[in-house]
Design a protein around this ligand. Structure first.
Ligand code: URA
Length: 435
């Protein structure tokens, strides 16, 4: 019996990571190989970790980012929605505290006859995942087959479900590695990670919500703008109509952070009410998504006010087994955090609120951990609002009261109060549009 000859690899991982370490651009062949070989397990985790750090420190040229993205798409399957009877339009947010926008947005856009396939993830760290939020609804399930997804897009118009393991598997591996090697906050790596999944998903149009401020990946506005521009270029070059809105994440979106709490606030929006910032961003993104799908001058406010968006929500949740009439879970323990002085809220630190919600049990520290559906933070005094000593600033919800102390440590300094009567400029949620 003859043993098969060992495969001769055309490149050496060490040469590639040395090249990037020394600030040289990688060629197409090197990029294609390193992504493919990493997916096959030929490039070791420690080699990819070193390469990710070299990219983090040295950056990538536009051509390299485009090729890296294409190689990650090629590592898995591509979805195809061209058989649907409706145009498709999708949205992606770079993530933030209290960012529940997908929940009202997907049914709102679907109520105009457009298909919205939202392949979402679970949260890690201080920002919550869309699937964790929806799992607070009794009976709702995240896992759908491609056939179920296509059928639901035809019937209900919107689907929010888990991305299958087959989409961009190279990114799945690399993202988990970046998470534990301090290499998440890199423009080439974030842009290629997000866009490889979105392009592989096969949507015709994509609206990006790129966050900037204390609770975002990119705290600096210039860097967030650069990330947005990079993703818009990648999408456009791949034939996806892509637009980005640059939006504020210095303070939490709305008044809730935590799974069931955010579902409740989303229902307020779908009922025509809810916090102004959540409604403004939902409507701005819906308008962009609809225009990208060819629906011009849609009156999205009217669809929230007259119940069309809510009907669409009920259809979407019911199709995935959710009981839209069942009460949402409530935490066993609620603690109030009170103000110690008078003033006007001139700042509310998104990171402090996000970390508190996470510590209360709304988020996870390790992949696969379970989350508490009812845990989180309810904000009673937000940006621009008057506070008197003794007023309740926030309610902390949890099933496990022993978590409260550490949550309080994270959140107690989150409010910046200006002297009573000081004018506080209104918060500008929408910062820029990049097309
Ligand atoms: N979300 C992603 O999918 N990838 C990143 O790198 C960052 C956020």
């Amino acid at each position: 019996m003859t043993t098969p000859a060992p495969t001769v690899e055309p490149h050496d991982a060490v040469d590639i990571l040395r090249a990037k370490r020394d600030g040289r651009a990688l060629d197409d062949g090197q990029i294609d190989w390193v992504i493919d070989a990493y997916t096959r397990g030929v490039v070791a985790e420690e080699q990819m970790a070193a390469l990710a750090m070299a990219i983090f420190l040295r950056g990538m040229e536009r051509r390299e980012i485009a090729r890296w993205t294409a190689a990650m798409i090629a590592s898995g399957e591509r979805m195809d929605f061209s058989a649907l009877s409706k145009p498709t339009t999708d949205k992606h947010s770079t993530g933030g505290v209290g960012d529940k926008i997908t929940l009202p947005l997907a049914p709102l856009v679907a109520s105009f006859g457009v298909a919205v396939p939202q392949l979402s993830g679970r949260g890690l760290g201080h920002t919550g995942g869309t699937l964790d939020k929806l799992e607070a609804i009794p009976g709702w399930r995240a896992d759908l087959t491609t056939e179920q997804m296509m059928a639901q897009l035809e019937s209900a118009g919107a689907v929010i479900c888990a991305a299958g393991a087959g989409l961009a598997p190279a990114d799945k591996k690399l993202y988990a590695l970046r998470d534990v090697t301090g290499t998440v906050e890199s423009i080439p790596l974030i842009a290629s990670s997000i866009m490889s999944k979105k392009i592989a998903e096969g949507t015709a149009a994509l609206t990006l919500d790129v966050k900037t401020g204390a609770g975002a990946f990119m705290t600096d506005e210039a860097e967030a703008r650069e990330l947005a521009r990079t993703m818009v270029e990648l999408g456009t070059d791949a034939g996806v109509r892509t637009v980005a809105l640059l939006t504020d994440m210095s303070a939490p979106l709305g008044r809730t952070a935590g799974n069931a709490l955010e579902v409740r606030e989303s229902l307020e929006i779908l009922d025509g009410g809810g916090p102004d910032d959540v409604r403004e961003l939902t409507c701005a993104l819906a308008t962009e998504m609809l225009e990208a799908a060819g629906v011009r001058d849609a009156d999205v406010e009217a669809a929230l006010a007259d119940g069309r968006a809510m009907d669409s929500w009920r259809a979407m949740i019911t199709a995935q087994g959710g009981d839209v009439d069942a009460p949402l879970p409530r935490a066993r323990h609620v603690e109030e955090l009170r103000a110690e002085e008078d003033g006007i809220v001139s700042g509310l630190d998104a990171m402090g609120v996000g970390v508190a919600a996470w510590r209360l049990g709304a988020g996870r520290s390790r992949p696969g951990e379970s989350v508490q559906a009812a845990a989180g933070v309810e904000i009673l005094r937000h940006h621009g609002e008057e506070v008197r000593s003794g007023d309740v600033l926030a309610r902390l919800h949890t099933d496990t009261p022993e978590r409260v102390e550490r949550a309080v440590q994270a959140i107690e300094g989150a409010w910046t109060l200006s002297a009573p009567g000081t004018p506080v400029p209104p918060r500008r949620i929408l910062r820029d549009r990049i097309a």
